[in-house]
Design a protein around this ligand. Structure first.
Ligand code: PBG
Length: 326
């Protein structure tokens, strides 16, 4: 037998040896910081269930951006809250909506920063569902045209990557076609491909004011019990033109991240979602865990599972720590 010829503890003796044989190297390069944009001026509302996260008007967002850029975080993901909601979510594709304005402002000051925009209707519809209703059901195909229009308005404003999170079938292709027909063939698509119907989105719905007014999202987001279906979803999105695919949430779905990484040849993103963030913050506030340590352990686990890109509300905190070390 191997023992005692091979002793795994030999490489654990000193920090320098541990450092040398480390298999996963979490880096600032892979972090994306999600942000919430509001109409108006001078707005910086704290989100109660997500300490450290705010809703910003564009002017205050630009103050926040300075810190993001200084920390060399390579990209941001923008969500918008409209002035008014309606049945059709029409403000989602308003030329001067908060997201469109924010994209223009960021691109003007920081042309090199990667700007990703979330494409969905739930923040914009009066009923809070991610698509258009027919009766009490979310109608897939009529939603596709609006999603394509939203994507196009983001690309026109200068977004680098369009990220549809609605989970309608066929939306990647609808968006790809609209972008290409309008000369935005260089705008990339990050598809929320394996997006599960999850309790971990709770705090986000406060931040984005996007809770469904009736029912839930089970008829369009994935069932948490499924793994094969995630593979089919990713395959479809890649066929339809996705440049990068996402698994969401991250922590309870690390197995899915690993499968997608192993089975497909596209960069894989994972979304460390609002509930995952809030749990850490709440436990840390009670003195029950060491926040920094747990944050780094969680982000490392997501990278180790196979995520190339990690979307996380911890991006600034993690970047600060990682840069301090390098
Ligand atoms: C919009 C959307 C959601 C999230 C990202 N895009 C919420 C939802 O599907 O209800 C969740 C992000 C988070 O929890 O941090 N469809």
């Amino acid at each position: 037998m191997y023992f005692p010829v091979y002793r795994p503890r030999r490489f654990r003796r000193t920090e320098n040896m541990r450092r040398m044989v480390r298999e996963t190297r979490l880096s600032v390069d892979q972090l994306v910081y999600p942000l919430f944009v509001m109409p108006g001026r001078g707005v910086r509302n704290p989100v109660a269930s997500m300490p450290g996260v705010f809703q910003f008007s564009v002017d205050r967002l630009m103050e926040e951006m300075r810190g993001v850029v200084e920390l060399q975080i390579p990209g941001v993901l923008l969500f918008g809250l409209p002035e008014e909601k309606d049945e059709l979510g029409s403000q989602a594709h308003a030329e001067n909506g908060p997201v469109q304005e924010a994209v223009r402002a960021i691109k003007q000051s920081y042309p090199e920063l990667t700007v990703i925009t979330d494409v969905c209707l739930c923040e914009y519809t009066s009923h809070g569902h991610c698509g258009l209703l027919r009766g009490t059901e979310v109608d897939n195909d009529s939603t596709l045209d609006i999603l394509a229009e939203v994507a196009l308005s983001h690309a026109k404003a200068g977004a680098d990557i369009i990220a549809p999170s609605d989970m309608m079938d066929g939306r990647v292709q609808a968006i790809r076609d609209a972008l290409d027909e309008n000369g935005f063939e260089n705008a990339a698509i990050l598809a929320y491909s394996a997006k599960y119907c999850s309790g971990f989105y709770g705090p986000f719905r406060d931040a984005a004011d996007s809770a469904p007014q009736f029912g839930d999202r089970r008829a369009y987001q994935m069932d948490a019990c499924n793994s094969e279906e995630a593979i089919r979803e990713v395959a479809l999105d890649i066929e339809e033109g996705a440049d990068m695919v996402m698994v969401k949430p991250a922590l309870a779905y690390l197995d899915i991240i690993r499968r997608v990484k192993d089975e497909f040849d596209r960069p894989v993103a994972a979304y460390n979602v609002s509930g995952e963030y809030a749990m850490v913050k709440a436990a840390a506030a009670n003195g029950w865990i060491d926040e920094e340590r747990i944050m780094m352990e969680i982000l490392t686990s997501i990278a180790r599972a196979g995520a190339d890109v990690i979307l996380t509300y911890f991006a600034k905190d993690a970047a600060r720590l990682l840069r301090g070390k390098s």
